[in-house]
Write a protein that binds this ligand. Structure first.
Ligand SMILES: *[C@@H]1O[C@H](CO)[C@@H](O)[C@H](O)[C@H]1NC(C)=O
Ligand SMILES: *[C@@H]1O[C@H](CO)[C@@H](O)[C@H](O)[C@H]1NC(C)=O
Length: 144
């Protein structure tokens, strides 16, 4: 199971490199639920990690004065499982129904690759760019 998921992540990564713009390729039904946000965090935050067991993201962001501040936030507070797809929703609490979780942080994006139960109880793969969900709020990571 784990190996299969990792393989699909590798495939997804390859697909990302080929297509270059995964966000535009999301189906229209998913796109409606993905909130557009200015700001993001990857350009002003470093040392971003996620504890994959409790889905707490920790990162160090510059505040307005330029000082580095380390903060943590649970992805459960902002990500939901919508019939197998990971989407933005405050208090979404996705993790219990999304056993597969992997992350790729770059200087321009923070992709989460997830495998979630859909409404029929079957695992479905989807991705979300956490940079479109979380914001550097004067040094503290928040959503929105
Ligand atoms: C990750 O979360 C689990 C569950 O809360 C905890 O037991 C573990 O210590 C955490 N790992 C790190 C590196 O913080
Ligand atoms: C759940 O996923 C399976 C496999 O992709 C699909 O056949 C099924 O229709 C999905 N169920 C729902 C409710 O979307």
């Amino acid at each position: 199971m784990k190996t299969t998921f990792l393989s699909s992540v590798v495939l997804a990564l390859c697909a990302l490199q080929v297509s270059g713009s995964p966000i535009e390729e999301r189906s229209p039904s998913v796109q409606k639920e993905v909130r557009e946000v200015d700001g993001g965090f990857v350009s002003t935050c470093t040392d971003t990690t996620v504890n994959t067991s409790n889905v707490v993201l920790t990162t160090t962001c510059r505040n307005a004065a330029g000082d580095p501040i380390t903060s943590s936030i649970s992805l459960n507070s902002c990500i939901a499982n919508a019939n197998g797809q990971v989407v933005f929703r405050v208090g979404g609490n996705f993790a219990n129904s999304c056993p597969g979780r992997a992350f790729l942080f770059t200087s321009t994006s923070a992709e989460m690759f997830a495998q979630c139960d859909n409404d029929s109880g079957q695992l479905v793969s989807s991705t979300i760019d956490l940079n479109s969900v979380f914001t550097n709020n004067n040094g503290i990571l928040t959503c929105p």
